[in-house]
Ligand binder design. Structure first.
Ligand code: URA
Length: 254
């Protein structure tokens, strides 16, 4: 049986010669994924930019520079993740992706996710995020409220989805670096389990079959920073055992 690494290498070969859509006619080269094929976290960009199209590697251009700076500031190692794009080929004149292109190319993405077997999917920006919301039957907010999703952990079956702003938003100045840094810190949060988990009533009730795994995935092993119990614990504010991470009281818990 082939290893995850070998499977990804086979897929990379297919991607490099792919001619399933019009983008293969205008690209210089398809850009393969990079990083750890056994990573817990998969980061999904939109499509290679001009420089990536020329040089054949992900996130080398201006967005890549922002991404590298973000990783450095937060203390993250880019190589610790598996990184790929929703579309493997450059979009002429950096235009928006078309639905038929996404439908065709995301077959590769599905295979990659299956091979890597991550816990967390991190789509960057609008199109990759919308793709996953649609794929997992989650509500797609309108364009106006869409940015509220960035930095929030969503649960989609066996995956956590953590949409983040695309680094290009800094390049195009629709967001500033500090805003993005706050967003990307969530990558650190989902990489760790809440420090109170072992002694938390949420774990106690879950272990006894009284609470759904949703609470563990969404908060204890997801975004514990946004857990109301965590916040109160950290601030020495008393709180009842039957208070859920979102602050509501569950009277069935004893
Ligand atoms: N932007 C992306 O989304 N992906 C890349 O690889 C480069 C720029």
């Amino acid at each position: 049986m082939k290893t995850a690494e070998e499977n990804i290498q086979d897929l990379e070969k297919k991607i490099s010669t792919c001619s399933f859509c019009r983008l293969s006619e205008s690209r210089v080269q398809a850009v393969p994924p990079e990083g750890d094929p056994k990573a817990r976290i998969v980061i999904i960009g939109q499509a290679p930019g001009r420089e990536e199209n020329q040089r054949g590697k992900m996130f080398l251009g201006p967005s890549g520079e922002v991404l590298n700076q973000l990783c450095k500031r937060i203390g993250l190692n880019r190589e610790a993740f598996y990184m790929t794009n929703l579309l493997k080929c450059f979009l002429p004149n950096c235009r928006k992706p078309r639905q038929d292109e996404i439908d065709t190319c995301s077959v590769y993405l599905d295979q990659e996710i299956e091979m890597v077997g991550p816990e967390v999917l991190v789509p960057l920006g609008y199109h990759p995020t919308k793709h996953f919301l649609k794929k997992y039957g989650l509500e797609i907010p309108d364009r106006y409220s869409f940015p509220e999703l960035f930095g929030r952990v969503l649960i989609a079956g066996k995956y956590k989805i953590l949409p983040l702003r695309h680094p290009a938003t800094v390049v195009h100045q629709s967001a500033n670096f500090e805003k993005l840094e706050k967003n990307y810190r969530k990558l650190l949060i989902v990489s760790q389990t809440c420090k109170w988990h072992q002694v938390c009533p949420v774990k106690y009730f879950y272990d006894r079959g009284k609470l759904s795994k949703y609470w563990i995935d969404r908060y204890c092993k997801g975004d514990w920073e946004s857990c109301e119990r965590y916040r109160m614990e950290e601030n020495n504010i008393p709180h009842p055992d039957n208070m859920l991470p979102d602050g509501t009281i569950d009277h069935n818990l004893e």
